[in-house]
Design a protein. Structure first.
Length: 139
């Protein structure tokens, strides 16, 4: 059997190894937005997060990824991240590189907003038999 694209010997389906790996993508990722605190510099989604974790969370694949390497550059309110994944597209291994653009929005995080407004909060736990006496002393 021959590859329907290049004419070499077919290995998987109707494709040779090279043509099969060219047509199959190991992973997909879309550009996205993330929020950064303009005071402490922390990145936020639903909680504090590292940029590498935000990128890994958005990688979509239906194959097995064995390794991920991320490098990124910041410019203005953008981050350009180069992602290199190695993995298995049965029965072959493949290394694939993609670039994603991340837009960084800025605002104050909840912690910095509370600190700027002189807001303090504490949890007081009272245990033991003399709870009522302790509460009276606190009042």
């Amino acid at each position: 059997m021959f590859c329907i694209k290049c004419g070499n010997n077919a290995v998987t389906g109707n494709f040779c190894k090279k043509c099969f790996l060219e047509k199959e993508s190991l992973f997909h990722i879309k550009n996205f937005r993330i929020t950064k605190c303009d005071i402490c510099g922390s990145l936020y989604e639903s909680h504090k997060i590292e940029i590498g974790d935000a990128i890994k969370k958005r990688i979509v694949t239906r194959h097995k990824i064995k390794g991920i390497r991320i490098s990124y550059r910041k410019y203005g309110n953008h981050i350009s991240a180069d992602i290199e994944c190695s993995g298995i597209i049965k029965p072959f291994s493949k290394v694939e590189k993609k670039t994603v653009d991340i837009i960084v929005d800025t605002r104050k995080c909840d912690d910095c907003t509370k600190l700027a407004g002189n807001y303090y909060e504490a949890v007081l736990q009272i245990r033991g038999d003399n709870k009522e006496k302790i509460l009276e002393e606190i009042k």
